[in-house]
Ligand binder design. Sequence first.
Ligand SMILES: Nc1nc2c(ncn2[C@@H]2O[C@H](COP(=O)(O)OP(=O)(O)OP(=O)(O)O)[C@@H](O)[C@H]2O)c(=O)[nH]1
Ligand SMILES: [Mg+2]
Length: 587
Amino acid sequence: MKSHTLHLPKILACEADRIRSFGPEYVPYADQIRDLATRLDTGRFHLAVLGQFKRGKSTLINALLGEALLPSSVIPLTAVPTLISHGERRCVRVRFQGDREDEVVARDSIPELHQKLLGYVSEEFNPHNEQGVLQVEVTHPAALLAQGVVLIDTPGIGSIHQHNTEMTLNFLAQCDAALFLVSADPPITNVEVEFLHTIRDAVAKVFFVLNKVDYLTDEETETALSFFKRALRERAGIEGQVSVFPVSAKQGLAAATSGDADLWDSSGMAAVSEHLIGFLAAEKNAVLEDAVRKKALDLLGDVGLRIELSRRALEMPIDTLEDRLHTFEAKIQEAELQRRHAADILEGDRKRVVARLEEMVQALRERSIAHLREVAKTALADPAGPDEEAAQEAVSAAIQPYYEHELGETTAVIEQGVASLLHSHQQRADDLIGSIRVAAADLFDIPYRAPESGGTLSMRQEPFWVSRKGWESTFSPITKELLDRALPRAMREKRIRKRLDAQIAHLAVRNAENLRWATLQNIDTTFRQFARELDEDLAETIDATHGAITAAYRKRKEHLDETTADLARLQQASAAVTAARSELDQE
Ligand SMILES: Nc1nc2c(ncn2[C@@H]2O[C@H](COP(=O)(O)OP(=O)(O)OP(=O)(O)O)[C@@H](O)[C@H]2O)c(=O)[nH]1
Ligand SMILES: [Mg+2]
């Protein structure tokens, strides 16, 4: 498999150069093939370290990096996802929600970077993520990262800090694989089992790690491992052989920082790290390469079709050519009409998604009022008598976790709905575009091979909500004006309740509106981009087929044809493309 890695980019680069030499109309194909080669070189792979709070996620990443860069602690700590990718120098970039500019620190001193991270990613110094950090990006020279993997430290789930759980759940869509950590001290919990179900729905590949085995004897480790594997089978529904890596991340980190190879081995970290490197070198590339190879074959198919169309158009009797050109133009007109119908349906679908969102927001408004009133009611039920300020505080504290959860749920529902709608539009568009190619090939007697890649690499197949910027609407807390409007404390409970109710209703409307607005923007952008890309694809296909035929036709009409030379050139190009296709086919 590794030989592919060396081979494929070279073949692609070579073909890109050759195709470029066919003429200016072939340059866009050459560029796309070159992009595919680059994509192989830079293919980034998101590997998230996930688990309940305090299982040692940050420590394990530090062990993999070989130094104590990420903050870790005995209290729930990581509050913001940290993405660590390869770079010559250590650098920390803090990205904020909204318009605030990134903060960048590039230093070689680990304690300084550690301190910087502590200020932004930790629950202690950035409680409830009050600084509005979106995520933190770190570059680091560790060898593992040079493979194109991005390690992601995530906030632990299930702690008293509910917003940390939400942050991680909302982040899952951006992960390609996960390292799921449990620890030897408490056995696997229900929260973990439930979380695992969610992870497996979202992520293609999960590795399992049992951490903190330094607390256990060898015998106890064996017992803990078989208990964990059984739980994975029986409670998390994971079938077949599961391998679980027993490790001590803490010892691994000590080994890495002191350069103690024996301890690195016995900590279990050597096995984890080798396994990851092996996986990245083999499976990761295999998946990416297969997609790239298919896409390259499709592009070569397009180039071949274009060449053959030009060739036939130069060769056939001019009357026949005119005839077929007419028939083909009628086909194109029909396809354009169908595309307009499809655009109308797409617009209708967009409106239906928006209507669904409006319904969800309406329901959320009502639900959130009920929920927050319940919070206020519980707070007011203090036996010492109703305390308005305490109730307001309780409501304030409940707002962020509540709306974060709701945001996650709304996103999931809308995302899924949009994805399946666009998927069927995509299929219809692929059929339409395919039918133009087939018609051209049929009319001009060219063998036709249907595309293989099914758009696997095209952007619109990627998660639609790739960027969550703008999603993290700042949840409105109780504002100063609302508090100031509050009357003196010595009021009867009923009046307090009434005032609180009004404040809650106001908050519910504002927060639901924030969520509605951010989601609406995402829906609109997604649909607009999608429609634009379909139109571009259609225009490209028409240019490749109709453009090639009419160019040849014009040449002949204007008696510009040096047909023999042209034909010889095209024949050569066609043979080269056929050879390249069969080479890629055998890869
Ligand atoms: N004994 C032992 N302690 C460990 C090990 N790994 C981590 N710890 C300790 O466990 C505590 C939590 O470690 P962290 O790395 O902060 O855990 P985390 O999963 O990142 O925690 P959150 O970010 O809060 O979810 C720290 O006190 C670590 O020193 C281990 O292998 N053995
Ligand atoms: Mg952590």
